[in-house]
Design a protein around this ligand. Sequence first.
Ligand code: ZN
Length: 179
Amino acid sequence: MSTQTLSYAIDEHDHLIRVDEGYYAFAAENGWEEAPTSLGRSLWDYVAGHEMVKLQRLLVRRIRNDVGDVELPFRCDAPSVRREMKIRIVARPGGRVVLFSAWMRSEETRDLPQLLLDPATLRSDEVLEMCGWCDRFEVDGEWVEVEEAAKRLELFRRSELPALDHGICPQCSGQLLAA
Ligand SMILES: [Zn+2]
C-alpha cells in the first residue's frame, strides 16, 4: 500500500485553475483520457450523474458561503482495487477559490477484478444504478458493494453487463447535505 495524494482548485466559475502532479498521476492510472486538458474546464464535466452534480454544487456553494471547510470519506474504486479516500474541501477566506485535496487511506486488491467497474466492458440495455460517491450499487432496493451486486445479479454468467447510471445513494446524499 502506498499513500497517494492529489489536489486541484477551482475558480469562482468552478473552472479548474490548478491541478497537481498527483492529479495527473491518478488520472493516468485510471485511464482518464481527458486529464491532460483539465485546466480551464468546468469541474462538473468530470462529475458523472445529474443528481451528483446538483448535490456537489450545493455543497461547494455552502462551503464558499459559510461552512469554509469539510472533510468527507469517499470511494474511488478500480476494477481490481478497492480504494478508500478522504477528500478535504476548503474555501479561501474572502475568496471564491475552492481547493480540493484527496488522499488514500487504504487500498485493497480484489480477489477478482470487477468487470462491472471497467469502462471497457460490453454493456446491455439493462441499467444498474451506481452511487458516484461510495461506489455501491442498487440491487432490489438495497445498496451493496460491487462483489455483492455481481453475485446477486449473476453477472459472471452473462456475456454483457448492465449499463451504469450514476446517481447517489440516500446515505451519501444525507452525508453531503449534512457536511
Ligand atoms: Zn453512496
